[in-house]
Design a protein around this ligand. Structure first.
Ligand code: DC
Length: 227
């Protein structure tokens, strides 16, 4: 058995299944799971609470320099803490979801969070999901995955997730929100959402979660055996 611990990058558009799959892989290999979207969501929540405009870069960067974002193990999910307060559920609100792309497009915000993400991954044994992990954060990651799924499939997944939380946004509205977020994430100037040249694309539209996990796990085992 190899002692080597891999860096695994999982990128792709909103609701493509990244976090579900990344969590399961991290559990299977005993790796850390780093949800970089939760970091962008946390600073967005703080910006909203502070009443700062979503594009006021100097104020937001100053705020971020005075902010602690931490992950802690929890059941059934990892917990997210913003300045030592549990914000795991709050960062998934519609308000944060529809504001986060604007904050995440600010270069100063990205620099700060990318530095933190690299520090988390530096010893390997990490599964990190986001939009720019394979292209920017961990360019030398051992395994790079790009997950995609059709807009209608992703809207249906969010519809189901929402229904479990008692939220009933119409499917058409969810499709429109997903398309808007895809557009903003793919067209921003700094680190847009794009597949890294050496990433393996997996289309999850018709796959079960377990099939996706098995495919990535196979790629990781090949990498471990060949080192
Ligand atoms: O994965 P998510 O939906 O929780 O991400 C929330 C937002 O954060 C998403 O709209 C784009 C942004 N994001 C980013 O720009 N870079 C990342 N590495 C992760 C997320």
């Amino acid at each position: 058995m190899s002692e080597k611990k891999l860096q695994v990058a999982i990128d792709g558009p909103a609701s493509a299944g990244k976090s579900t799959v990344a969590k399961l892989i991290a559990k299977q290999f005993g790796y850390i799971y780093c949800d970089t979207g939760a970091m962008y969501r946390s600073i967005t929540l703080k910006v909203i609470q502070a009443g700062i405009a979503l594009d006021d870069e100097p104020k937001i960067v100053a705020l971020l320099n005075d902010t602690a974002i931490d992950f802690k193990p929890g059941q059934p999910h990892q917990l997210v803490f913003l300045d030592h307060q549990d914000v795991t559920n709050e960062i998934r609100s519609e308000r944060v979801t529809n504001s986060v792309s604007t904050v995440a497009a600010l270069p100063g915000v990205r620099k700060n969070l990318v530095d933190q993400q690299r520090a988390i991954a530096k010893n390997g044994g990490v599964v990190m999901d986001g939009r720019d992990i394979g292209t920017t954060v961990l360019v030398d990651a051992d395994v790079k995955i790009f997950l995609v799924a059709s807009v209608s499939e992703r809207a249906q997944r969010r519809f189901k997730d929402n229904a479990e939380k008692g939220i009933h946004t119409p499917l058409k509205e969810l499709e429109a929100e997903i398309e808007t977020r895809d557009y903003k994430d793919s067209h921003r100037k700094v680190s847009p959402l794009v597949k890294a040249a050496d990433a393996i694309e997996i289309n999850t539209t018709k796959m079960s979660i377990q099939d996706v996990v098995d495919e990535i796990s196979k790629l990781m085992k090949n990498k471990l055996n060949n080192n």
